[in-house]
Design a protein around this ligand. Structure first.
Ligand code: A3P
Length: 285
């Protein structure tokens, strides 16, 4: 099957609707107390949702063990997420893969805190290759080579990675906007969680903090059915084709890219990222 297109961006055919995407952009009211996880898909979104959930519940793991991640921090652009969020009282957590131009306009005049998680795009391609073929209502690639081409063209779910990051990075330096990378989380989860809780203005005691660290580990998340996507409906995902919690490592692209693909990628990366300063991301150094 193919995509649902809205403003030039491809979305899955199921769980998304044009009228809904329009309302999300034009009508949804972001509140100052909201906490938002932003990402291009496969950058570590679920990891950040878990960290934020655990900080929100002050290290008490019963929330992440009893409520699926998409109900703790719903995707605003999904029809179900929007319906749930628009009437929800109190401080809300939510998630979005939307490019900046499709995000709720009201955010840009709010004090809501947003965390933009990013990852080496080479690993985003690799992770995406395995993930998107499990999703029933998107264009499915036959080969890695095919997916690699589509990714470079931006003909993949949620559009071009390059446009996504160039768009959102315009927000860098804003007080309510934090940027963190998958590689940073990997290298030092303790320091990363500390940084995120500081940004959110949440102080945790030492035991609460250790509980956060424990519950956001790859092993624990992989075995938690509320976090590992295994409860996602069969109408949307074919669980026999792969798992969300796949490998959880940095640099798996090296086992997938040919030398030629690596060179092609470097060239396109340089062109498309020319508008941002060098060395902003761990994978550039
Ligand atoms: P891989 O496919 O490379 O294993 P997203 O949540 O944006 O869809 O990203 C999914 C990727 O994040 C997957 O990468 C998944 O394994 C990885 N991931 C999720 N939770 C993680 C964790 N706690 N530690 C390390 N990687 C994690």
């Amino acid at each position: 099957s193919d995509y649902l297109w809205f403003e030039g961006i491809p979305f899955p055919q199921v769980e998304y609707r044009i009228e809904n995407l329009r309302s999300v952009r034009d009508e949804f009211v972001v509140r100052d107390e909201d906490v938002i996880t932003l990402s291009y898909p496969k950058s570590g979104t679920h990891w950040v949702i878990e960290i934020i959930s655990m900080i929100h519940s002050k290290g008490d793991s019963s929330w992440v063990q009893s409520v699926p991640n998409w109900d703790r921090s719903p995707w605003i652009e999904s029809t179900a997420g929007y319906e749930r969020l628009k009437n929800q009282k109190g401080p809300r957590l939510f998630t979005s893969h939307l490019p900046i131009q499709l995000f709720p306009k009201s955010f840009f005049n709010s004090k809501a805190k947003a965390i933009y998680i990013n990852r080496n795009p080479r690993d985003v391609i690799t992770s995406g290759f395995y993930y998107w073929r499990t999703i029933k209502h998107v264009r499915n690639p036959d080969t890695f080579e095919q997916f690699f081409e589509w990714f470079l063209q931006g003909n993949v779910t949620f559009g071009s990675w390059f446009d996504h990051i160039n768009g959102w990075l315009q927000m860098r330096g804003k007080e309510n906007f934090m940027i963190i990378s998958y590689e940073e989380l990997h290298q030092d989860i303790r320091a990363s969680v500390e940084k995120i809780s500081q940004f959110l203005g949440k102080k945790l005691g030492p035991e609460e903090f250790d509980s956060v660290l424990k519950n956001v580990s790859f092993e624990v998340m992989k075995n938690n059915k509320m976090s590992n996507f295994s409860l996602a409906p069969d109408s949307f995902v074919d669980h026999s084709k792969g798992k969300l919690m796949r490998k959880g490592v940095v640099g798996d692209w090296k086992h997938h890219f040919t030398v030629a693909q690596s060179e092609t990628f470097d060239k396109i990366y340089k062109e498309k990222m020319a508008g941002l300063p060098q060395g902003l991301f761990p994978w550039e150094s």
